[in-house]
Design a binder for this molecule. Structure first.
Ligand code: NAD
Ligand code: IPM
Ligand code: MN
Length: 357
């Protein structure tokens, strides 16, 4: 069976880590006899915008909708295109139009990487952030009035729907149920944001009734961020709204030493549309062009894609491969964010060789 994968490298280091993501995927495909067919698209990046005045062609939905998955690098280059235009014109459209309502972001302290938190070892930090991915604070409802005058007002509404909350909670509770610790933490801010956030809490309590085995914690986001740093070992599955999930999924990986390793799966669980796999990080203009970006976020996202396509063993082989390379700790191979002197390519090649077996 052939799996058709749409490849969109994007901007900046997206174009540098993508070849390493593909190198690992190719090695896994060969070893496990998986038939992956790639199609590269040149849209969804800021140069495309400069040429066409938009991030995507008009028929992007039809061009992409029948792929089995989308493998994305990173998008955004604020010097060329304002971020809200490039991101709303590409990635956020994919998430919404393809109803990828789960953004699953593992956060794990990997062997050989030093946490900035004192004395933390692999095993101490190992949780998932399950981020609501299509509504919440990322809404296009709002506007700007009296522009340019002293009376200027800007409004952007948060939208939470019962269906939208319940489906992400269900996913998170199911995930917690499948894990040994069976623990779920929900992040809100219901003391200050007095309509939407208490509603989310209410839905958590309702959903919890269906999962009597799950140990449920609810935190306000402010103290939760403190607890990520003070007690990262408390967490197993953390579920949050779109914005809070975004913030937690940079903070979590920072606690594991670098955001360069963090992967994500933007999932349409119903399978009506393709799911999208991309690293958590962005295009990193500060290091782009130097060939030193850590490719593990992209490679791990590829492993999540294989698992999503049903190839658990192949996905695990990729994770085992980068964990082994990290554990060996050869500084000549590792990228500078994890205290190495190597390059994107040296780390990517070492991992792919290990995947090949
Ligand atoms: P960023 O994630 O691009 O970079 C933040 C910091 O982390 C930088 O210092 C960068 O060098 C470092 N970093 C990121 N990835 C790394 C890697 N793989 N290896 C080593 N170091 C790495 O975030 P930013 O600077 O806020 O955003 C830059 C651009 O990327 C903006 O246009 C932003 O909108 C966009 N962005 C896109 C995505 C996405 O495509 N999913 C995600 C976040 C940001
Ligand atoms: C992410 C990114 C995006 C988000 C941006 C680039 C719009 O930060 O994928 O985490 O906020 O979702
Ligand atoms: Mn983010």
């Amino acid at each position: 069976m052939t799996h058709r994968i749409a490849i969109i490298a994007g901007d900046g280091i997206g174009t540098e880590v993508m070849p390493e993501g593909l190198r690992a995927l190719d090695a896994a495909a060969k070893r496990f006899d998986i038939d992956l067919e790639y199609r590269h698209f040149d849209f969804g990046n800021c140069d495309y915008y400069l040429e066409h005045g938009q991030m995507l062609p008009d028929d992007w939905f039809d061009q992409l909708k029948d792929f089995d998955a989308i493998f994305y690098g990173a998008v955004g280059w604020p010097e060329k295109v304002p971020d809200h235009i490039s991101l709303w014109g590409s990635l956020l459209q994919f998430r919404r139009q393809f109803d990828q309502y789960i953004n699953l972001r593992p956060c794990k302290l990997l062997p050989g990487i030093k946490s900035p938190l004192a004395d933390r070892q692999p095993g101490d930090i190992d949780f998932y952030v399950v981020r609501e991915n299509t509504e919440g604070e990322y809404s296009s409802i709002g506007g700007r009035m009296f522009e340019g005058s002293e009376r200027e007002v800007v409004i952007q509404e948060t939208v939470m729907t019962r269906t939208g909350i319940d489906r992400v909670l269900k996913y998170a509770f199911d995930l917690a149920q499948s894990r040994p610790r069976k623990k779920l933490t929900s992040a809100t801010k219901s003391n200050g944001i007095s309509i939407t956030m208490p509603y989310w809490d209410e839905r958590v309590k309702e959903m919890a009734k269906r999962y009597p085995e799950i140990d449920v914690d609810q935190f306000h986001i402010d103290i939760l961020t403190a607890n990520f740093v003070m007690h990262p070992d408390w967490f197993d599955v953390v579920v949050a709204s779109n914005l809070f999930g975004d913030i937690l999924s940079d903070l979590g990986p920072a606690c594991t030493g670098t955001i360069g390793v963090a992967p994500s799966a933007n999932i349409n669980p119903d399978g009506t549309f393709p799911s999208l796999f991309e690293p958590v990080h962005g295009s990193a203009p500060d290091i782009a062009g130097k060939g030193i970006a850590n490719p593990i976020g992209q490679i791990w996202s590829g492993a999540m894609m294989l698992e999503h396509l049903g190839y658990q063993e192949a996905g695990k082989a990729i994770v085992d491969a980068f964990e082994a390379v990290l554990a060996e700790g050869d500084a000549k191979i590792l990228t500078p964010d994890i205290r190495g002197q190597g390059t994107t390519e040296s780390l990517g090649k070492a991992i792919a060789e290990r995947v090949a077996g």
